[in-house]
Design a protein around this ligand. Sequence first.
Ligand SMILES: [Zn+2]
Length: 485
Amino acid sequence: MTAPTAWEPIIGLEVHAQLLTRTKIFCGCATSFGAEPNTHVCPVCLGLPGALPVLNRSAAEMAVRTALALGCTVRARSVFARKSYFYPDLPKGYQISQFDLPFSEHGHLDIEPEGGEPRRVGITRIHLEEDAGKNLHGVAEVPGQSVIDLNRAGTPLVEIVGEPDLRGPEDAVAYLKKLRSILVALGVNDGNLEEGSFRCDVNVSVRRRGTEAFGTRVEIKNINSFRHVQRGLAYEIARLTDLAERGETFRQHTRQWDDERGRTVFLREKEGSDDYRYFPDPDLPALVLDEAFVAAQRAQLPELPDARRHRLTSVLGLPTYDADLLTSHPRIGDFFEEILRSRPGDGAFAKRAANFVMTEVLAGTTTHGLEVSFPITSSQLVELLGLVEAGTISGKQAKDVYAAVQGTDRSPKSWVESQGMAQVSDASALETICQGLIDQNPKQASAYRAGKTNMLGFFVGGVMRETKGSANPVVVNEILLRLLA
Ligand SMILES: [Zn+2]
């Protein structure tokens, strides 16, 4: 964190999240990403005359679950409005959105910013709307031209408008990460910033510390990674602070983050809401969300990341760091809990399993939106950890077995047997080895007996060398202590 100046940044975020419905919000076209351009279109999403939109029920269901998870109230009767503007990727010349009567308001999000205090920030409103298409420049097939792909036009979005409660880049990143983890846990969004299914516009201004009124704000558009949010905000706060120091004024406008040059650049003057000529869409009835509908969605809410983390720390006694990491993605949390189910309620086992997952498994785990691919299945891992718990192999050997079975469908148990890796716990076999070592090293043995107890390590090491690390160290210790007594 940079040292505080006389100026305080005020930040509010607007997040657009694509809902994971199979079809678009007002027609039956598929929403799948990466299809051949302009193949998922129809008269409705192309805005052809006479085509009538019909609301997709599952978009409304996902939107309501989002609102409930963020502590928002749901309005029983909300209205779709046309937001008019001209842009090539908007075939109707207007976007169907919600304006003065959004379906949801007055929520909150609890954040734990890095290096800061946990706190609650406000959510002003959430509304439903449709996405636009995409303008593409410099496509290989049509060099030097700009073309339009309308496959995305009509994909359902929720726009989540946050209160200007954030006070620095760390707050903004914590807010976005928490919001994303909730949407992903709800299964309503895939959390993919790079592909634009989770997008964020940043509003930022600065004001003199201790004053109430906000300064003139700028908007930074479409920042597509957490790192860009951090860097873009740090840059813009410094720029606005510098302008404020020098007493320079400017008009509210929109900027864009240029990550290569590490600065924001002027994009356009900011439109006011009057410019959009909002009015209720005459083709769509009011959106009625009655109590039964809302209750049905509430009943389907899954355990959210905060609750899951709390359960792992308070019930199983895991450190916060472990719980954070293991709940950072819902599929990782599910994977970990499948392992825990083999030893329910066993906090010590949970800690050992957490260590193994964090140090070994997560290093080879890849995530892509909602998809997570693990290098080992949870049942293989349960079997592997079981071998350690039973004393068949040591913790060190477990890593070798893991390396051998990961990415395969091998059973850790059969692998251990086939390699003759089972830890030697057979006391009589070990006793012969221990006695042999003591006989061969009489000086060390008498030194131990004379009080140099750290000589024990010498003998333990010898047994381990002789058994190639497969001796059970607990059994070896017991035998040596007895023989050397
Ligand atoms: Zn369509």
